[in-house]
Design a protein around this ligand. Structure first.
Ligand SMILES: CC(C)(COP(=O)(O)OP(=O)(O)OC[C@H]1O[C@@H](n2cnc3c(N)ncnc32)[C@H](O)[C@@H]1OP(=O)(O)O)[C@@H](O)C(=O)NCCC(=O)NCCS
Length: 133
């Protein structure tokens, strides 16, 4: 085991492994790929809390702390942190687990983001977020 951050308790919202096709010209994983997965993970918890369709209205903040590498096991932990009338704020923390050698596992908090989603109806217009179940 090398240096390691601690994964949050519980299962991640999304977990996957980037492939060579997801890299930038320098060979690290493209930031746009990470952002796409962040948006998906955030929408999962926002959709669950809003009990229906949501759309992304803003990516409020993103910090890329460390690079993501091809073959990393990347886990996205999303949490609703604020519920407004029709909008929801979600934070997403991203961790990469690296297995470079048979018994060397490294866990790194690579990215953190805050996004806002809006609950929308069939007409694509904002609808109130219902009380939590
Ligand atoms: C999201 C959308 C339906 C909101 O419509 P709107 O007429 O601007 O809605 P409102 O002004 O009533 O705002 C709705 C909520 O969003 C919040 N909001 C709007 N813009 C925001 C922003 N830039 N950042 C944070 N919150 C925002 C408002 O504060 C409000 O929250 P509240 O009801 O909890 O107080 C509309 O902007 C839209 O369809 N955008 C495109 C979404 C999209 O296609 N996303 C995918 C892009 S890949």
């Amino acid at each position: 085991m090398i240096t390691t951050d601690i994964l949050p308790d519980g299962p991640p919202t999304l977990r996957l492994v980037p492939m060579a096709a997801d890299t930038n010209v320098a060979g690290d994983v493209f930031g746009g790929w990470i952002l796409a997965q962040i948006d998906i993970a955030g929408s999962v918890v926002a959709h669950r809390r809003a009990q229906g369709r949501v759309t992304t209205v803003a990516v409020n903040a993103v910090q890329f702390h460390q690079p993501v590498l091809v073959g990393d096991l990347v886990s996205f932990y999303a949490e609703v942190t604020r519920v407004g009338r029709t909008s929801l704020t979600v934070t997403v923390d991203v961790f990469a687990e690296r297995f470079r050698e048979p018994h060397a596992r490294e866990c790194v908090r690579v990215t953190a983001a805050t996004l806002t989603y809006v609950a929308i109806g069939k007409d694509r217009r904002p609808r109130p977020v219902p009380p939590s179940l």
